[in-house]
Write a protein of this length. Structure first.
Length: 447
């Protein structure tokens, strides 16, 4: 769980709808997101990926790209879908995913489609979770416009200039340049600039006040206190229109579900759907980490010159990636002149490091490596947490051609065909306590 799934396609008439199924379990969840969604690009957005992984820890998560967006079939601007067509698309996705019914989770304007689905197909909607539901939209607070047309012009202009609109969508993340870039990137991947007007107008003009009282599905409505786009009072009033609906007001001001207070939001969803609040964090896992870097790289750059050094560095990466593939490692990122990689097994990581050390002299290089096993935080394709810092610090203490490992790794490899030479205890910068390190050697032989 937590890995991106294979993209599949459902059909509604002649239109193909991209969807994925992530996770497993008796409970199916259908996520109906806003029209800014791309079933593959969302996994490259760490905050969104974390949100999806937590949802998929509750059961089998089905998420899809709405017609004309993401990887679903593009359609001419004058044929973009009405809301009823989008309800039919959601039904087609459920059928293609072989789901007989699901907990339907609607986010932002996806709440409109989710509510219409629950009203029209109660047999397919086991329960309903609606984040920022409103029976009818008004212009976002703070916008100096008096008409939908003017707002649409601004949104389309922002789409062309790569302005993500983070100030309104996620005010808690203003100043976070990485988040801003990731949001703008997702928007580019999801929706053509010319289609923004259709979807925004549809959202603003939708009125489900007559539909909400007909819903008999168990329903949870959530919003944040300071939401500028859908004021919390609008969601409170909309929830009151659904018989028996529960309303939860969350702290914060973000309109995006995944940008602020995600754990608190999803704790409420988990308790509503499963009856329990476990606080499960699918974003932590036990793994073995490998860091490598080239010894004396600055001196070598000066000796070779930039162009020659670039060629050698490319060969180093090619050789290193070959060893990672051979031993089942996953490259997380390159670190300037080395690798940060993850392995399921500590023995594979140590053997890979030793193989890299042995291979690099053919390029006139020596590397050093650090290996540690610990629990990490999963951040999209990246890994973080104290264990990552420990592995990185261990690597910096290695000598020429040396593979240093933590005592954790050594203890896990008792009986393995690898030798260890005691390198005593060390303080690792920024890491509490002292750490006993060992130099690994192949074949169980002393160095």
């Amino acid at each position: 769980m937590g890995e991106r799934s294979r993209t599949q396609y459902a059909r509604n008439g002649d239109v193909h709808l991209a969807f994925q199924v992530v996770g497993e379990g008796a409970l199916d969840l259908l996520l109906i997101d806003t029209w800014v969604h791309h079933v593959e690009a969302v996994w490259d957005f760490p905050d969104f990926a974390r949100f999806l992984r937590r949802l998929s820890s509750l059961g089998r998560l089905i998420h899809f790209d709405r017609r004309g967006t993401g990887l679903s079939d593009p359609v001419p601007l004058d044929q973009l879908p009405d809301l009823q067509t989008q309800v039919g698309d959601a039904v087609a996705v459920l059928k293609a995913a072989q789901s007989g019914g699901a907990a339907v989770v609607g986010l932002n304007d996806g709440t409109i489609v989710a509510a219409l689905l629950a009203a029209a197909h109660p047999e397919l909607c086991r329960s309903l979770v609606l984040f920022t539901l409103t029976s009818g939209h008004t212009l976002a607070a703070g916008m100096p416009m008096e008409s939908i047309d003017e707002v649409i012009e601004l949104i389309q202009a922002n789409a062309v200039t790569d302005d993500s609109g983070v100030e309104l969508l996620a005010p808690s993340r203003v100043g976070d340049e990485h988040f801003d870039r990731q949001l703008a990137r997702l928007q580019r991947f999801s929706v053509r600039p010319g289609a923004y007007g259709h979807y925004y107008r549809q959202t603003m003009e939708a009125d489900v006040a007559d539909i909400l009282p007909s819903i008999r599905t168990p329903t949870l409505v959530l919003n944040r206190t300071g939401n500028q786009i859908v004021p919390v009072e609008q969601s409170r009033l909309a929830a009151a229109m659904i018989e028996g609906a529960r309303f939860v007001e969350l702290p914060g001001g973000d309109h995006l579900a995944f940008s602020e207070g995600v754990d608190g939001l999803l704790d409420e969803v988990e308790e509503f759907l499963t009856g329990a609040r476990t606080g499960a964090d699918p974003d932590r896992m036990l793994t073995t980490l490998l860091f490598t870097d080239i010894v004396h790289s600055t001196r070598l750059t000066a000796q070779m010159g930039d162009r020659r050094w670039r060629d050698v560095l490319d060969q180093h990466y090619e050789l290193g990636r070959g060893e990672l593939a051979r031993f089942g490692g996953r490259e997380v990122v390159t670190t300037g002149d080395g690798f940060f990689a993850a392995f399921d097994r500590p023995l594979a990581a140590v053997r890979c490091a030793l193989a890299m050390v042995e291979a690099m002299p053919a390029l006139g290089l020596q590397i050093r490596a650090g290996v540690h096993t610990g629990e990490v935080e999963v951040r999209g394709a990246d890994l973080g947490g104290l264990a990552v810092h420990i592995a990185a610090r261990i690597a910096t203490l290695g000598g020429d051609g040396e593979v240093l490992v933590s005592s954790t790794v050594k203890d896990l490899l008792v009986g393995a065909d690898v030798g260890f030479d005691d390198r005593q205890e060390h303080e690792l910068k920024g890491v509490p306590g002292t750490w006993r390190l060992f130099a690994a050697t192949p074949g169980g032989q002393p160095p």
